[in-house]
Design a protein around this ligand. Structure first.
Ligand SMILES: NC(=O)c1ccc[n+]([C@@H]2O[C@H](COP(=O)([O-])OP(=O)(O)OC[C@H]3O[C@@H](n4cnc5c(N)ncnc54)[C@H](O)[C@@H]3O)[C@@H](O)[C@H]2O)c1
Length: 488
């Protein structure tokens, strides 16, 4: 192991120590004990939290690597946003962000660097309202907690936390400081996801029963990022813990369709993983035998499947696989008593379509039937559209159900980009809510509930898939909280 690699390795092992109650070494009595009842808090809930309108949102950044740089760029194109300061361990990435701002004619932000804790100097400033955190996973909770403690709102990348304890820390701190802690689940702002949310709210699927979510994304190539970038820290998670390492991209939208934490909540989960084979064989193929990547023991099963049961009795399947060579998917599947929508590729099948769609189905069918009759063909005539076949032509559905937020901001989102525009739209919407004194669309309870699936799935995997209770981070408020509205 080279000096640099060894240093990185030791750093990462230390990094995940706090999170490794849920490792292969875990014995049943070391599993997280989730109390049946949420701990009582003396503080007010932050469900629906609003803060005074900010005419300008003054932003500080911690972490401007691959992801943080993207956020900096988007923020430069949102009105009423000022980037005051940025912090990173590396000068070159900070300079890249500053250079972009100079090119946009914006004021150069102050820079903070030097140590792992330099961000605290940035947090001591009084001229920052919110902090955007895009650092490796182990830093998410400590940095969010410190941000809220310093009187600022925290906006943190996914997942917000890596242990059950960290999830509670986020919730407790948000409630005590009455600050926002939003996990920036950008996929909730995808055009398709927003459309499906709109459809679910309008009852297209009937009573919701079941959802499927996933992060299936071949990322073995990141193992070649040795000293810098995502793979330099993310690879070690595959050698330190088991379960679903990255549950929130697929789960966030499905949770919103189902009003999780706002009328329903996660009750318990069970999780199963396949063997871990792909990363070892990739390392053997791509690295010399004595390379550090070949000395790691990859224990995280290539394919993890977790099933959540909700209090209202619904089920959600979540899968994680960043190893197998195959196409990307987040599933984005939702099913109700009237039918289902599935993503990747998008398709829909319902028994009773809304009136306008039913008319179009009928027109299309009459045309098809006439063409068939005119052709003089014999035999069985074309069958009428029905839920027995997926409809892959989503245009008519989009015309009817495109989300108002997308109709309003879709052009800007597409122009500015970021995973098809969802990244820009998320940041725009965050800033809009802060500027207008409105509650954010995602709160600390969502951050905790969506993130906690990682450590609890690991507990279940290492405990023969036995079920694990999911804490009620809202402390009962989910029963009266209003569902997320269809905002425009
Ligand atoms: N939502 C999405 O679609 C999406 C996409 C990619 C990454 N992410 C998330 O974004 C986060 C960052 O990922 P990335 O790909 O940018 O990784 P990266 O390694 O490219 O960037 C992380 C940056 O954080 C900096 N950093 C590390 N420790 C720090 C500290 N103590 N103080 C200040 N800076 C520190 C690093 O120097 C680096 O520049 C991860 O949590 C990842 O899961 C989300």
């Amino acid at each position: 192991m080279s000096k640099f690699n060894r240093r990185n390795f030791i750093k990462s092992v230390a990094a995940v120590t706090a999170a490794t109650i849920t490792t292969s070494q875990a014995s049943p009595d070391t599993f997280t004990q989730v109390p049946k009842k949420s701990p009582i808090s003396k503080n007010k809930t932050v469900m629906g939290l609003t803060s005074p309108k900010m005419s300008t949102v003054r932003v500080g950044f911690i972490g401007v690597g691959e992801r943080g740089y993207g956020h900096v760029k988007h923020c430069c194109h949102i009105e009423g946003v000022e980037i005051k300061a940025i912090c990173d361990l590396h000068q070159d990435v900070m300079d890249k962000s500053s250079q972009y701002m100079i090119e946009q004619g914006l004021q150069v932000p102050d820079q903070y660097t030097g140590s792992d804790l330099s961000y605290k100097d940035m947090l001591s400033r009084q001229d920052i309202d919110i902090v955007i955190i895009s650092t490796p996973w182990r830093w998410h909770t400590p940095m969010s907690v410190d941000t809220m403690e310093s009187g600022k709102h925290a906006f943190v990348e996914v997942p917000a936390a890596t242990t059950v304890e960290e999830c509670w820390q986020l919730v407790d701190t948000a409630e005590r400081t009455q600050k926002n802690c939003m996990m920036m689940e950008n996929v909730c702002y995808g055009r398709d996801e927003l459309m499906v949310l709109n459809m679910a709210r309008q009852g297209v699927f009937g009573e919701l029963l079941h959802g499927e979510a996933a992060y299936i994304h071949e990322l073995r190539w990141q193992m070649k990022e040795i000293d810098r970038k995502t793979g330099s820290w993310r690879t070690y998670w595959h050698a330190k813990t088991q379960g679903n390492l990255y549950p929130t991209h697929g789960l966030g939208p499905v949770s919103q369709y189902m009003n999780i934490n706002r009328g329903d909540r996660f009750d318990y989960l069970t999780s199963t993983s396949s063997q871990a084979l792909g990363r070892q064989s990739y390392a053997q193929r791509e690295f010399p035998a004595d390379h550090e990547r070949n000395q790691l023991k990859y224990i995280n099963g290539d394919m993890n499947t977790t099933v959540i049961k909700t209090k209202l009795g619904r089920s959600i399947m979540i899968q994680h696989d960043t190893t197998t060579p195959r196409p990307y998917s987040r599933h984005n599947y939702i099913q109700g008593t009237n039918g289902a929508f599935a993503g990747f590729p998008n398709r829909i099948a319902v028994e009773s379509p809304p009136k306008n769609i039913a008319l179009q189905y009928d027109n299309e069918y009459q045309q098809t039937l006439k063409q068939w009759q005119d052709s003089g063909k014999q035999g069985r005539e074309p069958s009428a559209p029905s839920f027995h076949r997926w409809d892959h032509q989503l245009d008519k559905w989009q015309a009817e159900f495109d989300h108002p937020l997308w109709l309003k901001m879709g052009d800007a989102a597409t122009k500015n980009g970021g995973h098809g525009g969802m990244d820009f739209l998320m940041l725009w919407r965050m800033m809009y809510c802060l500027q207008h004194g409105e509650a954010l669309d995602q709160d600390v309870y969502d951050a905790a509930a969506w993130s906690v699936i990682a450590p609890l799935s690991a507990d279940s995997v290492t405990d023969r898939s036995n079920s694990k209770d999911i804490p009620d981070f809202t402390r009962g408020v989910w029963q009266t909280a209003k569902p997320l509205g269809i905002i425009s």
